[in-house]
Design a protein around this ligand. Sequence first.
Ligand SMILES: [Zn+2]
Length: 166
Amino acid sequence: MTSEIKTEAARDAAKLLSEVWPTGIPVDPIVVARRAGLQVLETATLDKNILGALIKNPDQDPIIMLNENDGLNRKRFTCAHEIGHFVRRGDTAEPYTTIDFRDRLSSLGNDPEEVYANEFAACLLMPADQVRLQAKENLGDLELAIRFGVSRDAMQFRLKNLGLRP
Ligand SMILES: [Zn+2]
C-alpha cells in the first residue's frame, strides 16, 4: 500500500518536472508551483506551529501558504509537499483546505496523503537521476544537500531510499 503510493508520487513528481522544470538542480519549487497553476504566498501571520497550507477557494487558483519564519530549505520542502497535495487532489473546482502542522508531522507518518506528499516533495527536489549522477562524484551528504537545496536529513534519507548509501 505505502510502496504503491510512493511509486505513484515519484512518477507524478517526475512527470511534473518534465513538464515545467527542464533546467536541472536546484529545483525551485516556487517556480514549479506557479507554472503548475498555483499561487505561492509567504506570510509571517501563520501560527508558528503551521508549516504551510494549500487552500482552494471557489473561482480562484489554489494558493500555497508558506511560513515566512521558516528557514529556506524548510520552506522549499513545504512548498514541494503542498504541490504534492495539489497534484494528488487533481485540478478540481471544489474548495478545500489542507493545513500541515509542524508537531503532527511524525504522527501522520502513515497517512496516505502525507506519505504521498512527502515522497512527492523528495522526488521533486531530489530527482533520482540527478541524485545518482551527483552522488557519483563522491560528495559528502552535506555538499549534496547544498547542491539540491534541501536539509542534510532530507538528503541522507533520499540517498538511503535510493540505495546509494547504507
Ligand atoms: Zn501534508
